[in-house]
Write a protein that binds this ligand. Structure first.
Ligand code: PBG
Length: 322
């Protein structure tokens, strides 16, 4: 055959493939979600998410010391609490495990980005991310509390706050409240397109969150792609520094829309259920673990993500180092 175009020429050996690879996966692009709870000496693997643990503050600091050499850029802290009430009051307690973890991490690991989840679901007895009254989630009242929560985290030393609640107007309210307090440098990582997904199960089990009803009046309908662009325009105009899509691998179209339509960095959250599915597949002999995980991550970056939050961050960093 007298072929001029032979795409296989670029695939013939490892170095040619490496040199022409379009998407690079690097440890500096990962955030590690971490769960913090009361007590001491606690390091419990999470149910259906065994690669991730729930820590007391002391154990968390030990763990961060163990993984320090991997040089991950940052963590996302989530509270796991037995203190739940209708208003999620624990969210504003400066003695909470999350608040103590923020300041301790800040002191011991000054270069690690401490990002914090801003939402009420770890602390409400109804399991919702916001205030709940007569079967409705109250938007504006919730936003007030979230802004206070974000300010508290910033005061404790968080460099990045991550509202995951999907209330309208919360990015602007948080930005104004932070600036008023003199925290103009605190980043906002906005969960901009967060879908009402079936893949949050292990996360909710970890929080011990029984959700009264569902979250569909605030999280997005998985059918909607254009609506994500609307959320993107809103969050960037409200001052989001980084915009996030969640879940990740089932929403690659949304990630690629974000990349095309936004001038701020795009993050994606590879959620607990996506992780659990891979683990189940490996156990069932359907796929091999490392290539399956790396293919998922590569796909998320290829679609246009700059940053990925994943429970696999530590392992990926180890694989890439080896
Ligand atoms: C809620 C929140 C959820 C996750 C992160 N923040 C679950 C939910 O919306 O019920 C899910 C993350 C995961 O599944 O890994 N504030």
């Amino acid at each position: 055959m007298d072929l001029i175009q032979r795409p296989r020429r670029l695939r013939q050996n490892l170095n040619i493939r490496r040199m022409t690879r379009e998407t690079l996966v690097h440890p500096s692009k990962f955030l590690l979600p971490i769960f913090v709870t009361e007590g001491s000496g606690v390091k419990t693997p999470n149910k259906n998410l065994e690669i991730s643990y729930t820590f007391s503050v002391d154990s968390l600091l030990k763990y961060l010391e163990e993984i320090k050499s991997l040089n991950l850029p940052g963590v996302l802290l989530f509270g796991v609490s037995s203190k739940r009430d209708a208003l999620g009051s624990e969210a504003l307690n400066r003695e909470s495990p999350v608040c103590r973890a923020i300041s301790e991490i800040r002191e011991r690991f000054p270069n690690l980005i401490v990002g914090t989840d801003v939402a009420l679901d770890p602390y409400t007895d109804h399991g919702h991310d916001g205030l709940f009254e007569d079967g409705r989630i109250l938007n504006d009242e919730t936003v007030d509390v979230l802004a206070q929560m974000a300010c508290l985290h910033a005061q404790m030393g968080a460099q990045m706050v991550a509202p995951s609640d999907m209330m309208d107007g919360r990015v602007l309210a948080i930005r104004k409240a932070l600036d008023k307090m003199g925290s103009a440098d605190t980043l906002i990582l906005a969960y901009t397109a967060k879908y009402a997904s079936a893949y949050y199960g292990p996360f909710r089990d970890t929080l011990g969150a029984e959700v009264f009803g569902d979250k569909r009046t605030y999280q997005m309908d998985p059918s909607n792609r254009r609506e994500a662009k609307r959320e993107l325009a809103l969050d960037t105009s409200e001052g989001a520094d980084i915009v996030m899509v969640k879940p990740a691998t089932l929403y690659l179209d949304v990630i690629s829309d974000f990349r095309a339509n936004s001038s701020v960095p795009v993050a994606a959250y590879h959620v607990s259920g996506e992780c659990a599915l891979i683990e189940a597949g490996v156990k069932a002999g359907v796929c091999e673990r490392k290539p399956a995980v790396m293919e998922a991550m590569t796909s998320i970056f290829r679609a246009g993500a700059d940053i990925v939050a994943t429970y696999y961050a530590v392992e990926i960093a180890k694989w890439l180092e080896a």
